[in-house]
Design a protein around this ligand. Structure first.
Ligand SMILES: Cc1cc2nc3c(=O)[nH]c(=O)nc-3n(C[C@H](O)[C@H](O)[C@H](O)COP(=O)(O)OP(=O)(O)OC[C@H]3O[C@@H](n4cnc5c(N)ncnc54)[C@H](O)[C@@H]3O)c2cc1C
Length: 445
């Protein structure tokens, strides 16, 4: 059994096919575009970037930069193509999208171990399979995955997600813990004065809303109305909705603030917090500005931006292992958005790992997962162990990897109790990238 099937030639599937084929396994790669388009893609090229052309910030203080360094160390094709087609964009890894997609398409079409078929698959075939059909998986296949692999749990919906923040950047001098009307103090509360709210509201009103594609004209349910839509209904509407201050007196004044933004814990360790009721389709630059106008969040780092688009993804913690195999179907693997990641780079990274593991299964070898201190290791462990209730796709961020213990501080900081983000990140970066390189060598990958 030295053959595998990959379904989908987007960011994750292209990389899965190339990783497996480079390991001597024959790959049948099915891509429906060319025959049938998705509502967002414009071409039949593999690895087309459907929206922005950025693969994230680079360098050792950036979580995406760390994942990029790991992918570079592994010789991942998508990363190499991105560097070859890089455009000037400051510290961001922006790419010339046509050349980038063409070079991946060429690599797939010319690979002696890959048979690239332009065809929609409506069922998951037998054998070793990587399902990499992304957020716009065709309906027939989504239905097959749903019934045979996902316990009939709902798979596709309009993803209305609120921004998720890293705990570290939240100012606890301003933000206070409390539950509404004296309930369990599970929430972090950001109190607005009247003046702060006026400034915040004006910015929200002005923010350019992410222009939806025609296919994305959404019927908003009241429960997942984007914050910018709520704000359009009037200056006080958010204060009577998600920013309601009732029952949340600020312990320092004893009075209810003019408005309150509540943060809810997203992970078991409490390192990620989402803004309650703050789902948004605002452009990412605008989102950042607006979030930072919330009292106590001036220095907050956004781990995952809010989005509004159709999304198809699995409840990864219920269904998957950190090797990206289905727990109940170990010959079937998945990657990309379908596996519960968000982002081009994350899709390529999980595609690579799924391709490596699919090849290993076909060759009778054991599957592998990168160490916990690596960004890819942290991401796939999150997928396998996150809270399954209300699970949302995740992109790369620092809270996915273990923090530095005091004993890990370098000599020059040995006397400090705590390190700031600027001091800490290059150390986490080096620790993770070295661990990743060692892992590649030890496992012979
Ligand atoms: C509208 C939109 C905008 C986005 N913008 C960004 C952004 O700006 N930045 C960012 O980092 N991420 C963005 N994302 C999220 C995500 O990073 C991308 O969607 C990324 O392309 C996901 O990679 P993937 O491999 O999971 O899916 P895709 O790249 O979409 O690849 C899946 C492939 O499977 C094919 N396929 C589907 N069904 C079948 C079938 N039955 N048989 C055969 N082939 C099939 C599709 O044609 C497609 O080529 C966006 C997502 C959406 C939907």
């Amino acid at each position: 059994m030295n053959e595998i099937t990959v379904i989908g030639a987007g960011l994750s599937g292209s990389q899965a096919a190339l990783a497996a084929a480079d390991r001597g396994v024959r790959v049948k790669l099915f891509e429906m575009r060319g025959d049938k388009m998705t509502p967002a893609h414009q071409s039949a090229k593999a690895s087309e970037l459907v929206c922005s052309n950025s693969l994230g910030g680079m360098g050792e203080t950036n979580a995406k930069g760390m994942l990029q360094a790991e992918l570079k160390a592994a010789g991942v094709n998508v990363m190499q193509a991105a560097l070859e087609h890089r455009l000037p964009a400051g510290n961001a890894l922006a790419v010339e999208r046509e050349g980038f997609a063409q070079s991946i398409t060429n690599a797939l079409e010319r690979h002696p171990n890959i048979e690239f078929l332009r065809q929609e698959l409506t069922q998951v075939p037998n054998g070793v399979v990587v399902i990499a059909t992304g957020p716009l998986t065709s309906d027939a296949l989504a239905n097959d995955i749903l019934t045979r692999f996902a316990h009939n749990e709902r798979l596709a919906f309009y993803d209305a997600a609120a921004p998720v923040l890293e705990f570290e950047g939240i100012d606890l001098e301003i933000v206070y813990r409390a539950g509404r009307y004296g309930q369990e103090a599970d929430y972090l509360n950001c109190p607005f004065s009247r003046e702060e709210y006026t400034v915040f509201y004006a910015a929200l009103e002005q923010a350019r809303s992410h222009t939806p594609h025609d296919w994305e004209k959404l019927e908003f349910f009241e429960g997942c109305m984007p914050i910018e839509e709520i704000a359009r209904r009037g200056v006080d509407t958010p204060r009577f909705g998600p920013l309601k201050p009732k029952g949340l007196p600020d312990p320092r004044t004893g009075r209810e603030p003019h408005a309150v933004a509540q943060l809810r814990q997203e992970d078991r360790e409490g390192r990620l917090w989402s803004i309650v009721g703050f789902q948004t389709g605002l452009k990412w630059g605008d989102q950042k500005e607006i979030v930072r106008l919330i009292p106590g969040l001036a220095n907050a780092e956004i781990a995952r931006y809010g989005v509004m688009h159709r999304n198809t993804y699995l409840n990864a913690p219920k269904l998957l292992n950190s090797s990206l195999q289905f727990k109940e179907h170990p010959n079937v693997l998945t990657a990309g958005v379908l596996a519960g990641t968000e982002g081009y780079l994350e899709s390529a990274a999980t595609g690579w790992l799924a391709g490596v593991n699919a090849a290993r299964i076909a060759q009778g070898l054991t599957v592998v997962t990168p160490p916990t201190t690596t960004m890819l290791g942290g991401l796939v462990r999150f997928l396998a162990t996150a809270e399954s209730k209300n699970f949302q796709p995740m992109n790369t961020n620092w809270a996915l990897i273990p923090d530095l213990e005091r004993g890990d501080f370098p000599q020059e900081h040995a006397k400090k109790k705590k390190l700031g983000r600027k001091e800490k990140r290059p150390i986490l970066f080096e620790r993770g990238v070295l661990a990743f390189q060692d892992w590649l060598t030890i496992e012979g990958i």
